[in-house]
Write a protein that binds this ligand. Structure first.
Ligand code: F6P
Length: 366
């Protein structure tokens, strides 16, 4: 018989997303009902490595009271805390990385922890899977506003991000119309265009540009001209940050380095410049950025996050380690972490939602 669970830990890693606190609360309450002790690891996996600081805290009923509706994460997070690729500064200022995973495992055991609930996106769950392969009992929960994790119908945080983006696009409409301008709005979506697609259609954008459908700038300009010629003398172009022209590459602000992800950003500005030069219309661009990651989760995301958290604790109780909680039409199920991280969930270019957009005469610039 396997050892009974007595003490578990929870961690939140990668970019924050609305609903993280609701997952934590549901996992903690479900675990406490099972009479387990629960700890929170601060700042992703870093709390198990930076032990001189407040790396680990006890999560009791009081610690998770009144947090369901709050954005962010009470545990803090980082997207620079990969224990397998930990950045270290060498004399002279160069930064390299070292593998601190053995140290992490040793600290996990030293704290008497029996299992880990890892809430994260592709990066954090990739780390979770590697730790699982090294013997750490882990259950993952899919988090990302980008909605790009495979094996689950949806990730929590996505719905709230779409609401925020739609509201922003709605607000821009009045200025675009009053000034007869073209607005280019860059939304988050590193590899996929889920936010751009959902918010773009909901806010009746004229052009939606996503990484899954490489675009031609000429076609984007054509759509703008058709609109102006029809009497609607303004246009809204929505671009996912990872969108790229046919044969071109996404625009990066910062390239990846030891322990550090690449940062996308700037495609919107490029499109705006091109459209202004080619059409002569007045064009403005903006990047909605981290506003999409903040704020209170919508009721949909709260419920989803609470379901994910409770299911994660149940899966720990059932010993279903090395899995990720996933939503499908039947409810919550456990899918192997390895499967969930083996690919990303892209927008199907020939799918029904893209088709709906095309039926509504929204251009994808292709
Ligand atoms: O993964 C979510 C995400 O919102 C991406 O769309 C975006 O590229 C990234 O986070 C930005 O993260 P940060 O600025 O925190 O490094």
């Amino acid at each position: 018989m396997e050892d009974p669970i007595r003490k578990i830990a929870i961690t939140t890693g990668g970019g924050d997303a609305p609903g993280l606190n609701a997952v934590i609360r549901a996992a903690v309450i479900t675990a406490l009902n099972l009479e387990w002790e629960v700890c929170g690891i601060r700042r992703g996996y870093s709390g198990l490595l930076d032990e001189d600081t407040d790396g680990i805290e006890r999560l009791d009923r009081r610690a998770v009271r009144g947090i369901t509706h709050l954005g962010g994460t009470i545990l803090g997070t980082t997207n620079r805390g990969n224990p397998f690729d930990w950045p270290v500064e060498r004399p002279g200022g160069t930064v390299t990385s070292v593998d601190r995973s053995d140290e992490l495992l040793a600290n996990f055991r030293r704290h008497g922890l029996d299992a880990l609930i890892a809430i994260g996106g592709d990066g954090s769950l990739y780390i979770a899977n590697r730790l699982y392969q090294k013997g750490l009992p882990v259950v993952g929960v899919p988090k990302t506003i980008d909605n790009d994790l495979a094996c689950t119908e949806v990730t929590f945080g996505f719905h709230t991000a779409v609401e925020t983006a739609t509201e922003a696009l709605d607000k821009l409409h009045s200025t675009a119309e009053s000034h007869e301008r073209v607005f280019v709005v860059e939304l988050m979506g590193r590899h996929t265009g889920w936010i751009a697609l959902y918010a773009g259609i909901s806010a009746t954008a004229d052009v939606i540009l996503i990484p899954e459908i490489p675009f031609e700038i000429e076609k984007v300009c054509e759509k703008v001209e058709v609109r102006y010629a029809s009497g609607a003398r303004f246009a809204i172009i929505v671009a996912a940050e990872g969108a790229a022209p046919k044969g071109g590459a996404p625009v990066y602000r910062e390239h990846a380095g030891p322990g550090r992800n690449a940062r996308l950003g700037g495609i919107g500005e490029w499109i705006a410049r091109e459209v202004a030069e080619r059409t002569g219309h007045e064009v403005r661009s903006l990047i909605l950025g981290h506003l999409q990651r903040g704020g209170q989760p919508t009721a949909y995301d709260r419920l989803l996050a609470l379901r994910f958290g409770a299911a994660a604790a149940r899966f720990v109780a059932e010993g279903r380690f090395g899995t990720m909680v996933a939503l499908d039409s039947t409810g919550m199920r456990a899918v192997p972490l390895a499967e969930a991280i083996s690919q990303i969930k892209r927008v199907p270019p020939a799918g029904e939602i893209v088709r709906t957009a095309r039926d509504l005469r929204i251009s994808f610039g292709d």
